[in-house]
Write a protein that binds this ligand. Structure first.
Ligand code: TRP
Length: 331
């Protein structure tokens, strides 16, 4: 077994990936693959905490796997797996449930938001979401968890659960650290909300140049800049955030400078961005097409991923059984 430190991160299989997912997550994962043993989970049980269509689940999982690999997750280096195929995730989540006070979970911001937005659909799974996430991470004793800033409270909770478990049963799990990406979160085309499929404000990874331009050309920029001759402020412009994810340093600096001096208008700035975005997405789309043509291979990758992940998971669970006093029954 590899002696490298481990990374775990997860994404929900909820349809097509957009550039927000790419810049906020996958893009930051790719460079970690040499230094760490990375386990990337397609977290289907988390996706089931909202209303979902069973007949779409398999397709969504396969598409997610294809998109990750197309974006640079290398199954020779990393483990790409489907959460539910390693039942130790839910098994450990149960044990963690017994050390997690209800009060901790009711204070989680994502829970409060979901409860507010959907008062008729508040169930145990939604409440328990962060405990399953903690189990995902510590099952592999991950040292580092690359996530977007919206996930930081979940990571804090994971660390508290770890301290509690270790305190009750003896030092077992390391406290994982969140690793935020270099790019601030890309907002939706409206420039206000987070990029999200349900808000219809996304640019998807598989869109063509024309489709992307249609969306970019009307995307909201710095709203204080009313006229072409007004100077703009890149720091509050979502288009500039996109530049930071896709453009060269030279063009990032130039666009910021010439925006501030009103040397360029928003359309010029967006055209420069379009070029870089298309250049970044084209090779990715080519790999997407290749992988779509050989889905058997994708199923095989996930099946290997399950085996490799489970090997680590079982080692951790053996330790857990010992800690909680049920070891002999698991031999
Ligand atoms: N909650 C994460 C999200 O919505 C997904 C996730 C599940 C995750 N388990 C995880 C992320 C473990 C990091 C580590 O984006």
């Amino acid at each position: 077994m590899s002696e490298k430190k481990r990374v775990f991160s997860g994404v929900q299989p909820s349809g097509r990936l957009h550039i927000g997912n790419y810049a906020g997550a996958i893009f930051n994962w790719v460079p970690l693959q040499d230094e760490y043993l990375c386990i990337f989970g397609i977290v289907d049980y988390h996706a089931m905490t909202v209303r979902f269509k069973p007949e779409e689940m398999e397709r969504n999982i396969i598409n997610a796997a294809i998109d990750y690999m197309a974006a640079g997750i290398d199954p020779e280096k990393s483990i790409l797996m489907v959460q539910s195929t390693v039942p130790e995730h839910t098994e450990l989540a149960w044990i963690l449930n017994t050390v997690t006070p209800v009060g901790w979970l009711s204070r989680v911001p994502t829970f409060k938001e979901k409860k507010r937005d959907n008062p008729d659909y508040v169930h145990m799974g939604l409440f328990d979401y962060p405990v399953l996430m903690a189990a995902d991470i510590i099952l592999y004793k991950a040292a580092v968890v690359p996530v977007g800033d919206d996930q930081v409270p979940h990571l804090e909770l994971t660390r508290e659960i770890v301290r509690r478990f270790n305190g009750y049963f003896g030092e077992t799990f390391p406290e994982p650290k969140a690793k935020l990406g270099v790019v601030k979160r890309i907002l939706g085309l409206d420039g206000t909300n987070k990029m999200s499929k349900s808000l219809d404000n996304c640019i998807y990874l598989d869109e063509t140049k024309d489709e992307i331009w249609k969306k970019l050309s009307t995307a909201v920029t710095d709203t204080n800049r009313k006229r072409r001759t007004d100077p703009g402020n890149p720091d509050i412009c979502n288009i500039f955030t996109m530049h930071k994810a896709f453009s060269t340093k030279e063009d990032i600096d130039r666009c910021a400078r010439e925006c501030r001096s009103a040397g360029i208008g928003c359309i010029d700035c967006k055209k420069t961005l379009l070029g870089h975005m298309v250049a970044a997405l084209e090779p990715l789309q080519q790999r997407q097409r290749k992988l779509r043509a050989k889905e058997d291979y994708v199923y095989q990758v996930l099946s290997d991923g399950k085996k490799r992940a489970q090997e680590i998971a079982q080692q951790t669970m053996a330790e857990v059984y010992e800690r909680i006093g049920i070891k002999r029954f698991h031999n």
